[in-house]
Design a protein around this ligand. Structure first.
Ligand code: XIL
Length: 363
């Protein structure tokens, strides 16, 4: 570590736990700047409600070089009626990102969840094909030239559905067959030739048979897309991790990522968070084990030069999607993100800094 890196990280690290809240955001190291030196983008998912809060937006502007809308580009929000699109909330995030020199990811153009109610009226292949093309041409067309990468299809693999190809038995698949993937990526390439078209999925990262089966099916899908000459440039590893007393080994993940790199895909960590619900009640220990997993994961995945961006799914525990359910059930709040509910940095934030400083620069 050189002198500047020492001053930038070690001193603020001590300050994290001693400086008053108002002074703190000025004192914090800026992850986006540390990551930029390694040619890596860092950031998080953002909700429209968060975008209205100054304390939050100051933190986001200081820390993130890339952002993604948590919900506002999904069909339910952006295509509320068959003939009406509503871009207002997504546009608000785009203008925030432009103002702060941040890149914007698009999430997502085709998924089986968070569909508007009117989608139930779509029952024929003709309607489904027309609708998928039209939605993508309108939405990706609206943001054309402004999006770093689009999650064109989200979560198309679900081995549990029992198909030999591992594809999820979604309504899209039922109506259009596997060809719906080709339709979606071709429509996105046409509407926004500049965006990096991405396939995004979960349960790829950790050890165990469930993850092995998922990796195998996702790899098979990526190979098929290359064979079919479907336009796609990147894979998104959602990275919703689960903390346990013991860290995973990552060997199978490394092998998988090497295979993906050989197929000439970039890789983005798109939705990183660490679920601590299996851990004991002691907060300090939970935060430490969560941070250990952040540090270890981020020491491993960026070893692959194909990894160009790391985004967490939210920035503060207060707004984590994992807490919407805990809150409803009256359970204790989970602590999955780098900042706590008061927007104070947690050990996971320091873990991100350590890992990024240790990462080698990419092209
Ligand atoms: C989640 C949002 O965070 C929640 O607010 C919403 O209620 C449900 O969706 N994988 C994805 C994301 O690709 O879109 C999901 O986001 C989390 C899991």
């Amino acid at each position: 570590m050189d002198r500047r890196e020492f001053l930038n990280t070690t001193l603020p690290r001590l300050a994290i736990f001693s400086v008053s809240a108002s002074a703190r955001s000025k004192e914090l190291p800026r992850l986006r700047e540390l990551a930029a030196r390694k040619n890596l983008l860092v950031g998080s998912a953002v909700s429209y409600a968060e975008l209205q809060q100054v304390a939050f937006t100051n933190l986001l502007a200081a820390q993130a070089s890339i952002v993604v809308s948590e919900n506002d580009m999904k069909w339910q929000r952006i295509h509320p009626e068959p003939d009406r699109f509503d871009f207002a909330r997504a546009d608000a995030l785009l203008s925030f990102a432009m103002q702060h020199g941040q890149k914007l990811r698009g999430h997502n153009l085709c998924w089986h969840e968070q569909m508007p109610n009117w989608f139930s009226q779509v029952t024929t292949p003709e309607n489904a094909g027309y609708l998928l093309r039209r939605h993508i041409s309108e939405v990706a067309g609206h943001f054309a030239g402004q999006i770093h990468s689009w999650d064109v299809v989200n979560e198309a693999v679900h081995v549990e559905d029992g198909r030999p190809d591992g594809l999820r038995n979604s309504k899209w698949l039922q109506l259009l067959g596997p060809d719906y993937l080709a339709i979606a990526y071709r429509a996105a390439a046409k509407a926004d030739p500049k965006a990096l078209l991405t396939y995004n999925d979960y349960d790829i990262e950790q050890d165990g048979p469930k993850f092995d089966a998922k990796r195998k099916a996702v790899l098979r899908l990526l190979i098929w897309m290359r064979q079919e000459k479907i336009p796609i440039q990147a894979l998104g590893l959602q990275s919703h991790l689960r903390a346990a007393a013991k860290l995973p080994g990552w060997t199978a993940l490394h092998q998988f990522m090497t295979a993906v790199e050989k197929l000439d895909f970039q890789i983005f960590i798109t939705e990183l968070d660490v679920n601590d619900s299996d851990l004991g009640p002691d907060i300090e220990q939970r935060d430490r084990l969560v941070a250990d997993l952040y540090r270890d994961y981020l020491a491993n995945v960026p070893q692959h030069k194909a990894v160009k961006a790391v985004l967490t799914w939210g920035l503060t525990d207060r707004d984590s999607w994992l807490n919407s359910l805990s809150r409803r059930r009256g359970e204790r709040l989970r602590r999955p993100l780098p900042f706590d509910s008061e927007l104070e940095p947690k050990p996971a934030f320091q873990a991100e800094i350590d890992a990024i400083l240790a990462a080698s620069a990419r092209a």
